[in-house]
Design a protein around this ligand. Structure first.
Ligand SMILES: [Zn+2]
Length: 236
């Protein structure tokens, strides 16, 4: 585990000013809205959802394409790494080559020097922490993304949710990494976690990222399926 050292390096690197990290929460707001709790014991059926598949824009093959480097904490076990990989692959499909995530494992027991080097490079670190970590201070938080254009941290509070939800949680957090905020009426970027919203990247989330990254929305992909209505929410 490297949580405390990561916090130290965060402060040292001057990111402290950006410490208003964006937490993805669980349960509290659901109770407030009075909706019945869903059955979280089963996997949500995603078979009705699919991604658009537009041709890669010319810029994607030229030097104009940008890469975002992500270092994944070795505390994630192989099954968890696979879940994180699924989220990265979906975002790479959505971004259609205009921006690309490239992931590698964080070196084992990284020195402060290595961490500082990674931070300076503008990369992101996906760290597995538990409820005792400062990122878990808010009791309902599942994950927290802290950072900005110069990189940062995605803290995954691993003891707050089952592995099967990790892809959905990471899809949401990677939205923040790409500059999206929360949308109370959105699906993937809703501030409160709901498995039925987190299974794919809807047009609303893609639109926020396109705006933050100055990308042409019509050249990006997104998820279509029941309730999504090509990104404009159907009346239910
Ligand atoms: Zn969030």
């Amino acid at each position: 585990m490297l949580p405390l050292r990561l916090v130290a390096s965060l402060v040292i690197s001057g990111l402290a000013l950006l410490l208003m990290g964006i937490a993805l929460s669980f349960t509290s707001a659901r109770a407030a809205t009075g909706t019945a709790p869903r059955d979280y014991g089963r996997d949500y059926d995603t078979s009705a959802y699919r991604y658009t598949d537009k041709p890669a824009p010319a810029a994607a093959t030229a030097a104009g394409s940008r890469t975002l480097t992500l270092y994944v904490d070795r505390d994630f076990d192989p099954a968890e790494r696979e879940r994180i990989g699924l989220a990265l692959r979906q975002w790479n499909h959505v971004l259609n080559g205009l921006v690309r995530f490239r992931a590698s494992l964080l070196p084992p027991d990284p020195s402060d020097q290595t961490l500082a080097q990674i931070r300076r490079s503008g990369a992101w670190i996906v760290a597995k922490v538990d409820s005792r970590h400062p990122a878990g201070r808010e009791r309902t938080a599942l994950a927290m993304t802290v950072g900005g254009r110069g990189g940062g941290f995605v803290y995954v509070i691993g003891d707050r949710f089952p592995t099967r939800d990790l892809t959905a949680v990471m899809l949401h957090e990677l939205g923040h990494v790409l500059g999206a905020g929360h949308d109370p009426h959105g699906h993937l970027m809703a501030p409160v976690y709901d498995r039925s919203n987190g299974h794919c990247i809807d047009r609303g989330a893609v639109a926020m990222v396109a705006s933050a990254q100055h990308l042409p929305l019509n050249q990006l992909n997104w998820c279509v399926g029941p309730g999504l209505d090509d990104g404009r929410y159907s009346n239910r």
